[in-house]
Ligand binder design. Structure first.
Ligand code: FA5
Ligand code: MG
Length: 431
């Protein structure tokens, strides 16, 4: 399922034709939100100024979301709004609820005084989500093409790090806590990316007299390796998990952890030593305390733990999914038995794009029309016309329902609507 998807060595291969720059299908990687560049690009020069990208809005606007009034910056599509309040983490026999509970069980063994928070509403201020974490005002991760805005000052949290400062400030005596919840991002579409997913944030502080920065880094890695051992019974090794350097504005140094799953490397968490300015924002004195933080993707871990092949399944109401799990599934080592896979219907979208075109706008539009019947969207081909300098992109949409066979007619009808909308709303020219 993840074949080549997360292999960082299988990146874009560029084929040169006389006068034509052609980019072959990109390998699917997590967008590096915090550097502002795609992973592939971030391997190159870092001195390119990050640009704010514009996201198009295609949705009806309610008066308010969870008590926060909307304004002209509102860009949450209906399909995403419907996910608010589903509270999957709080369901004891949902795979995410089961995993969240076993994560808590592990952290109690690390420190019996660990505190757990999982009922925060997902609407947070841009200050909480970005400024408190040293994300600069013009940073691309704040763009409406990447983030869902309720109004100009409030967003659907893009990560649980939005609560780091809040808890460090609110409970200065509490040295360690976990905080889990639903997070929201405009992102690509495939088996391991979904616009709503769940994260768990972990923080642990120490007196500076007790540990130096290097020891904090070691404690962080040891703690997370212990979590992997608790969940999967695996230890760090060439074939199981590996640490890579990463970048986040709120930690220094920063790392990511990848786990080998279904034949490829899957990124499961980001972490690091908390930046001193973040501690100061939380009214703590970095001369006296410092510590580590991590943020992990719960779906990704649950996919590995229970053998769940597609992230859409977490939202499935098909009893053939939900009835396979009980509150004891972790202890019982339940492995998901996929029900029959129905045939896919593939549709291509080939077009000349305008300069301000953003892939995420297209993904969102397709998701808006197709919902969970869209399995993935791949960029198959891209090139610049030597004379007109126009860029052409070819996307392949894989439609597949998880519970029944889709007919070509019904997919065609939806695909036609997508084509009409891309022309009208995204100003592309179909080829
Ligand atoms: C963050 O969100 C940082 N806040 C993590 C962090 C916390 C770093 C504390 C340092 C200190 P990142 O964007 O890499 O980092 O996301 C973290 C994890 O969320 C990823 O490793 C992945 O497991 C998961 N994730 C990211 N995007 C998606 C998505 N669209 N669908 C499902 N899971 C995702
Ligand atoms: Mg990452």
């Amino acid at each position: 399922m993840f074949a080549a998807s997360f292999n960082r060595f299988a990146r874009r291969s560029v084929m040169q034709r006389p006068g034509v720059t052609r980019v072959k299908a990109a390998a699917k990687l997590d967008t590096a939100r915090f550097t502002g560049f795609s992973r592939a690009a971030s391997a190159g020069p870092r001195n390119i100024a990050p640009v704010q990208r514009h996201g198009k809005v295609f949705t009806d606007k309610p008066e308010s979301i969870l008590g926060s009034p909307t304004d002209e910056k509102y860009n949450v599509p209906t399909g995403v709004r419907e996910k608010l309040g589903k509270d999957l983490l709080l369901k004891p026999s949902h795979p995410l609820g089961i995993l969240w509970k076993s994560v808590q069980e592990y952290f109690v063994t690390v420190d019996p005084d660990y505190n757990f928070f999982d009922t925060n509403a997902p609407v947070v201020g841009t200050t909480q989500c970005f400024d408190d974490l040293r994300v600069p005002p013009e940073h691309p991760s704040r763009s409406p093409s990447d983030t869902y805005y309720v109004n100009k000052d409030m967003v659907l949290r893009t990560h649980t790090s939005a609560h780091q400062c809040q808890y460090m400030r609110q409970y200065p005596k509490i040295p360690s806590f976990l905080c889990a919840g639903d997070v929201y991002r405009r992102d690509e579409i495939d088996a391991s990316h979904y616009p709503v997913f769940h994260q768990c944030e972990g923080v642990r502080l120490f007196p500076t007299s007790e540990k130096n920065t290097k020891e904090i880094e070691e404690d962080l890695k040891r703690t997370l390796e212990g979590l992997a051992a608790h969940l999967f019974g695996i230890e760090v090794g060439e074939n199981t998990m590996r640490w890579n350097e990463d970048y986040f504005p709120f930690t220094e140094p920063s790392f990511e952890l990848e786990i080998f799953y279904n034949g490829d490397w899957l990124e499961v968490l980001g972490c690091g030593v908390i930046h001193h300015e973040v501690l100061q924002t939380a009214d703590l004195d970095p001369q006296k305390v410092h510590g580590w933080a991590f943020g992990l993707g719960l779906e990704r871990l649950a996919m590995v733990l229970f053998g769940i092949p597609d992230i859409r399944l977490f939202w499935s109401e098909d009893p053939r999914f939900s009835e396979q799990f009980t509150a004891d599934s972790f202890a019982n080592k339940t492995v998901f038995q996929p029900f029959s896979k129905y045939p896919p219907v593939m549709k291509d979208i080939s077009m000349w794009i305008p300069e301000d075109f953003v892939d995420n706008d297209l993904f969102e539009m397709i998701r808006d029309e197709g919902g969970d019947q869209v399995e993935k969207v791949d960029l198959v081909d891209e090139f610049v016309h030597p004379k007109t300098k126009k860029t052409s992109k070819l996307f392949r949409v894989t439609w597949r329902d998880m519970s029944r066979t889709l007919t070509n007619e019904e997919v065609n009808a939806k695909h036609e609507t997508v084509l009409e909308r891309v022309v009208k709303e995204l100003a592309v020219e179909l080829r």
